[in-house]
Design a protein around this ligand. Structure first.
Ligand code: HEC
Length: 110
């Protein structure tokens, strides 16, 4: 319940900024990097998987048209073949946001 409330609040705040097109590349914290490798990477750095791949700017730009907050929400709630929480039980909404930003802006495909 608290998680949901926190999420809707942060979605509101983030939407208010409304600058979905200009994501800046980021570096994940060591902990986020570790969580990323244990979860998202299984599918998002695996061309055999239909998931949008790390560094595939075109694929991510298309998805970013719905806004970063929506992508964060989809990561948390699940989206088609994307499992809820991306198999990361301990990821927080800011973690998801950082990981999505990382995948969408990484310079190289991994
Ligand atoms: C078991 C495989 C798998 C794992 C693990 C996984 N994903 Fe995904 N993800 C997918 C697939 C497949 C899609 C494409 C779903 C579609 O568009 O139908 C997807 C799509 C997405 C999208 C786009 C949603 C949209 O609205 O277009 C985001 C954001 C995302 N994943 C974030 C993450 C994050 C963050 C993690 C790690 C915490 C993660 N995923 C872990 C399989 C996975």
């Amino acid at each position: 319940m608290h998680k949901v409330l926190f999420l809707s609040l942060s979605v509101l705040v983030l939407s208010a900024c409304g600058n979905k097109a200009s994501l800046q590349p980021i570096t994940l914290s060591e902990q986020q990097q570790q969580l990323f490798e244990q979860s998202c990477k299984t599918c998002h750095a695996n061309p055999a998987n239909p998931a949008p791949q790390v560094g595939d700017k075109a694929a991510w730009d298309k998805r970013l048209e719905q806004g970063l907050p929506t992508l964060v929400q989809h990561a948390i709630q699940g989206f088609n073949a994307m499992p809820a929480g991306g198999l990361c039980a301990t990821c927080t909404p800011p973690d998801f946001e950082a990981m999505i930003t990382y995948m969408a802006t990484a310079q190289t495909q991994k």
